[in-house]
Design a protein. Structure first.
Length: 288
C-alpha cells in the first residue's frame, strides 16, 4: 500500500524587509528626490552643494531620507522667503515634481503579489520589518495593494506630522484592513538583533519558525545572523554600487558610520547563508 506523503512547512513565518525587497524603493526615491532637487536648484538659484548639507540635517532630525515637509523646513530657503505661504507657492513646482515622480515609480518587484498569494494559501505568516517610518510605510502598503497579504508591520514611530495631514490620513480609506501596525521603541533601528528577536516573540513564533529576507548585507543579513534566524539575501534589491546611490548617501538620515560601513561592506565580508535573485524564489523555503 502506498503511503501518503505528509507535507510539512520548512518554515512557518516570513519576516521581510520592505524597501528594495518587496518594491524598488531606491528607484522611486531617486527619481522623485532628483526631480525635486533639480526644481529647488532652478527656482532658488542656489547650488546643490549648498542645499545638500541642510537637506541632510533635516533628514537626520526627523529620522527619514524622504521627509515630506522638507522644502518648508530648509533654512536656506526660509531666508529667501520668510513667509511660509509664499515659500510654498514659489516651490510648488518642486513639490509637484516630487509627488508626480514618486507616484509614477512606485511599484512592486515582479512576482511579489503572486508569490505572497501562494504563501498566504500555504498558511505562512508575513511580517514586515522596516526602518521606514509608519506614516510612509502604511501609505505604501495601501498603494501597493499589500494590506491583505501582511499580518504585522514593525516600523519606527513617526516624526511630528502637521495636524492637517494627520486629520487627512485618519480617513477610512487610509486605514489598513488586515495588517496590524506595531511601532518599535523610539531610537531602535537595524541591525540590532535583539529587536528582531523581540519581533519574533511578539508574533508568538520561535527562531526556528522564521526566515528573514532583506537586501542590505549590513542592516539585514548581519542582523539576522546575529539573532540566530535563517537569513536570505535579496540580491535583486542591492543597489549600493549604483552611481546614483551617492546622492542618497549625501542626504541620508543615517549616521556617518553607518553610511561608511554600508559603502565598504561586500558579500565577501558578510556572507549570506541563502541568496535569491528574484522574489518568487522565496517559495522554496516554504515547501514540503
Amino acid at each position: 500500500m502506498q503511503r501518503t506523503k505528509r507535507c510539512t512547512l520548512l518554515s512557518t513565518t516570513l519576516i521581510t524587509d520592505f524597501d528594495n525587497t518587496l518594491y524598488d524603493w531606491f528607484h522611486m526615491w531617486y527619481q522623485s528626490f532628483s526631480a525635486m532637487l533639480d526644481e529647488i536648484e532652478r527656482i532658488s538659484e542656489i547650488d546643490r552643494a549648498d542645499l545638500i548639507p541642510e537637506i541632510r540635517a533635516i533628514h537626520q532630525r526627523y529620522g527619514t531620507s524622504e521627509y515630506a515637509f522638507l522644502v518648508e523646513k530648509l533654512p536656506i530657503l526660509q531666508k529667501q522667503y520668510p513667509d511660509r505661504e509664499k515659500l510654498l507657492a514659489a516651490f510648488d513646482p518642486a513639490i509637484h515634481a516630487y509627488r508626480s515622480a514618486r507616484k509614477a515609480n512606485l511599484q512592486l518587484y515582479d512576482g511579489v503579489a503572486e508569490t505572497l498569494t501562494i504563501l498566504r494559501a500555504r498558511g505562512v505568516m508575513i511580517v514586515l520589518y522596516t526602518d521606514s517610518l509608519a506614516f510612509y510605510t502604511t501609505d505604501r502598503i495601501k498603494r501597493l495593494g499589500l494590506d491583505e497579504f501582511v499580518d504585522f508591520i514593525y516600523s519606527p514611530p513617526d516624526h511630528e506630522i502637521p495636524e492637517s495631514v494627520t486629520t487627512h490620513t485618519r480617513r477610512e480609506k487610509y486605514k489598513l484592513a488586515h495588517a496590524q501596525n506595531r511601532h518599535l521603541k523610539d531610537g531602535e533601528a537595524k541591525p540590532n538583533p535583539e529587536v528582531l528577536r523581540d519581533i519574533i516573540a511578539g508574533v508568538e513564533r520561535t527562531l526556528n519558525d522564521c526566515v528573514y529576507l532583506g537586501d542590505s548585507l549590513t542592516r539585514d543579513i548581519a542582523m539576522a545572523q546575529d539573532a540566530g534566524v535563517k537569513d536570505i539575501w535579496a540580491a535583486y534589491g542591492a543597489v549600493q554600487n549604483k552611481p546614483e546611490y551617492t546622492l542618497l548617501r549625501q542626504v541620508s538620515h543615517w549616521k556617518d558610520s553607518a553610511v561608511q560601513l554600508e559603502k565598504t561592506t561586500t558579500s565577501r565580508e558578510v556572507v549570506p547563508t541563502n541568496t535569491i535573485s528574484q522574489f518568487s524564489d522565496i517559495k522554496r523555503f516554504f515547501e514540503a
